[in-house]
Design a protein around this ligand. Sequence first.
Ligand code: PLP
Length: 429
Amino acid sequence: MNFEPTLTFAQAQDQSDSLREMRKEYLFPHQQGKPYIYLCGNSLGLQPKVARKILGEQLDNWQNLAVEGWFEGDAPWMYYHKALKKLMAPLVGALPAEVCPMNTLTVNLHLLLVSFYRPEGKRFKIIMEAGAFPSDQYAIESQVRFHGYNPEEAIIEVAPEEGEYLLKTSAIVAAIEKNAADTALVLFGGINYFTGQWFDMPAITTAGHQAGAIVGFDLAHAAGNVPMNLHDWGVDFACWCSYKYQNAGPGGISGIFVHERHFNRQMNRFAGWWGYQESTRFKMEKGFVPEAGADGWQVSCTQVMPMALYHASLHLFEKAGGITALRNKSKTLTSYLLFIINEVNKNLNQEIFKVITPLSEAERGAQVSIIAKVNGKQIFDGLVANQVLGDWREPNVIRLSPVPMYNSYEDVYQTGQLLYQLAKQYDQL
Ligand SMILES: *Cc1c(COP(=O)(O)O)cnc(C)c1O
């Protein structure tokens, strides 16, 4: 597509955007009556207007049915998660039985590592990306220690080449092949939180399996952002949070994926009563018998309120025509942001804003990470002061995420105008 750096062009794009009405389903933060341009859906997605109503329904059920709400009413809490499974599955390309909403993300990562990191003999290493989200680093490090290994020896981090930000698939595959004999697990982010790089998940999965390892992904920045086919790719396990691109609210419920080939009841896990076989759960008998499928990894009883919020949000993914429709808009919208940043640099006569996110569509989702040559923090603060919310990641990165669900081409255009003005102001060019 031929983009133009004009307001007229951006507004015309919005006019012909088939998803433009979706924006009206969300609540934008305001100041003095003016809504923010919100480019931070990679960190905390906006509140769906319907969330208050759907949460309210469950508060009513709690009020009116109290304990009977578990088995009574039009959506008994005992089975509440099942409706979510159907809506979650297409977002990650899974069978409904392979996914389950529960807990929070890092907790689920630990629970899944209990089942899927099974070091034995020489095979005890974990291959992961260097610069993974800190919570993942801490989780993996502590799991390795829990099994009695030294993280320095057991964790192999694949890092970009000197002076680069991105990881080449060939380097990831080479690291897996090189360590084939002693790798127990390959664990990657789907999309890296810092650079916005979308890793080649099928290639990593295939390489991991050829090496005889288990392959898992943390999809915090991928779920609800890019389409995936976890089942067909043969990924062993995955988990994600629902509060980033999936708009289910701060601390929202997490989702897990376990491939059906692992629906083996003998699999080791940290158990709790809610993972017990549903049909006989309330016999309260001794000896854990897991429910089949991903549900067998549940530990505590259903968190109805956070699930209600996730429910509210997932319906809007369906209404938007699913992840494929959103991704189609996302590709163009994000390309437009890259184009606009390039225009800003051109108008400033130098590359003030360096993009570290892959330029190729297939290697990124909605997030664009930029580094300002100088005065990055002041420029970022200037964006916020002018009601453009992205986020700042130490030491020097501004992350901007035009989310196809609720962002417009005009949002992107206006952000470019502001970046230009701020760069001029702070650099006294
Ligand atoms: C956001 C994010 C988390 C957050 O974990 P919580 O347990 O939900 O606080 C973890 N891992 C990655 C990769 C993330 O992007």
